[in-house]
Unconditional design. Sequence first.
Length: 296
Amino acid sequence: MEEIQQIAVIGGGTMGQGIAELCASRGYEVLLLEKTEELAQYAKSKIEQSLDKKLSKWGITTAEKKLTLSRIVFTSNMDFLKKADFVIESVVEDMNTKKAVFQICDELCREDVLFASNTSTLSLTEIAAVTNRPDKVVGLHFVYPVTKRPLVEVVRGLKTSEECVAQLRTLLTTLQLKGVEVFESPGFVTTRMIVLFINEASYILMEGVAGAAEIDFAMKNGYHFAYGPFEMADRFGLNSVLAALERLYREFGDTKFRPAPLLKKMVRAGHLGIKTGEGFFHYDKDGNRLDVEKEE
């Protein structure tokens, strides 16, 4: 395998944006691939917004912002994959969509290129099976928000080779990330535990034990969480949390994964969190909480 210089990130959603920004800020050339040019430009605007936030808080300089952006090519042209040294897939959490992406990557990328999937609940072995290089397919499950959480789950599929994992360890060192190695299982470690946390909080709220702000305040201040379960859910996207719970419920058949009716009701109402401006709490267009009075 050649030295990794150019990383292709497929999918410009919240996680893809964070992965692209992280890789570019660590000196890699990045290709951010989306379905359309409009979506690619939208991803660019969101990464600019993220960098501007860091700039306003003196986290980076203007020069660092420009340099990071200059390293990212935003495009919908999949032919750019021919230049990639490493691929990270971060498209919607749907098996057929991910399989289609990996088949395209397998056709266009060099034979020595490793593929990583940011899936949180799907079978990596099943995804890898559609390629001619299942030994070179690995899971890289990042934690939201990507640029602030120095942890990634390195997930082995049935045929993931030791050489592949070893090469990933070197990359993670360069990205200044700490990797925890896990074997394939629905939800791995982080998703499996965090959605249960959010789901139980939803049941507590639904039962009228305490309000959303009070529950979040208790968990943030009592157990040092950066966000309480409800703000966490809003930032993940309530539809994503619901989809993860439903998939885990199907996979394990255990009622502890059964989604709280309140969570289903909010998703049906279109209250998905930051992406819609309203979830358990309200947010401005930059993703800042608007109703924080009860926590102060």
